[in-house]
Design a binder for this molecule. Structure first.
Ligand code: UDP
Ligand code: MG
Length: 309
């Protein structure tokens, strides 16, 4: 028998813990046919509701259910990392607790695995039910990201992904503190089959991602997988130097030809403001990378476990 580890990051998902389990277990006959043992690892990401209690209740009924409970909210990226570390399976699959990642796709995913793919990933082809502004910025993000990063990041890709042991180990080898899983998946490579499906709206509870949180997350992603912003800073420096040089020549020539009628205070102020603005902007970019480096150098643990079953 081979073992499949189902990793479920859960943050305040008390309403979904049981529903998810039931939905997953609709594949029971498939698991038996495919000769798969399953372990279901709920990663409680410091939930403030009854998530832990519900998982414990479930674990009491079914030995295959495991719980890893964090000491506080460390974020979904940390939960994914913890889940992959704890997974003992020959295969691991990441799934959201809110049933936006349909467990009914598993048989099809395994069919591709058995055809020889190393991992089967999913992407949603529509963003139905999402605010239009959010979709717009999401699209922009993917477009920019793929221009400035060598790592391919697929538009609409979800974290719902089935992987072989080898792929899991490769992801675990990337023990970086600033984790951007979508990029990490692309970075490790391997033969990946993409399945597409229409967006499914969350059944119960609410999304944990505000627009602002997503925006900051997208900046994290860019900085984790691209150094192009730093190059932009240097490029702007060169551009401004060149411009200043041309202006110097122009002013000297004008002085020699026409004398120096003193004027131009307003334009001077504009130039100073523009230049100092650009300088601060560039220092800011450098600062962002520096702060990421600082966090990385500290080597703080990515998560802390309070309780484990
Ligand atoms: N999640 C988590 N920690 C967090 C935020 C979210 O473990 O800090 C989990 C959440 O419980 C869910 C999954 O990550 O299982 C996806 O979150 P959500 O559905 O809120 O995001 P969305 O689907 O709206 O992008
Ligand atoms: Mg969701």
């Amino acid at each position: 028998m081979e073992l499949l580890s189902v990793i479920v990051p859960s943050y305040n998902e008390e309403e979904n813990v049981f529903d998810f389990y039931e939905e997953l277990m609709k594949n029971e006959t498939f698991f038996q046919q495919r000769e798969l043992d399953v372990e279901i690892i709920y990663i409680d990401d410091g939930s403030k509701d009854q998530t832990v209690g519900k998982v414990k209740e479930l674990a009491g009924k079914d030995k295959r259910v495991r719980l890893v409970s964090f000491s506080r909210n460390f974020g979904k990226e940390a939960a994914i990392y913890a889940g992959l570390q704890k997974a003992k399976g020959d295969y691991a699959v990441l799934m959201d607790c809110d049933l936006q990642d349909p467990p009914s796709l598993l048989p099809e995913m395994f069919r591709y695995m058995d055809e020889g793919y190393d991992s089967v990933a999913t992407r949603r082809v529509s963003r139905k039910g999402e605010p239009p502004i959010r979709s717009f910025f999401a699209r922009m993000f993917y477009r920019i990201m793929n221009k400035i990063s060598k790592t391919e990041i697929v538009d609409g890709a979800r974290d719902y992904r089935l992987m072989k042991r080898q792929v899991v180990d490769s992801i675990l080898a990337m023990a970086e503190y600033n984790r951007f899983t979508k990029g990490i998946f692309g970075w490790v490579g391997y033969e990946t089959k993409w399945l597409e499906y229409e967006n499914i709206e969350r059944k119960k509870g609410e999304t944990k991602w505000s627009f602002w949180k997503l925006f900051l997350y997208s900046l994290d992603g860019i900085m984790a997988f691209s150094t192009v912003p730093l190059a932009i800073a240097s490029f702007m420096g060169v551009l401004f130097c060149a411009f200043a040089f041309l202006m110097i020549i122009f002013i000297i020539v004008r002085k020699l030809l026409f004398g120096d009628p003193t004027s131009g205070w307003p334009s001077l102020v504009c130039i100073i403001l523009l230049c100092s603005g650009v300088q601060l902007f560039c220092v800011g970019i450098v600062g962002q990378y520096l702060s990421k480096t600082y966090m990385e150098v500290k080597k703080r643990p990515i998560y802390l476990i309070k309780e484990e079953i």
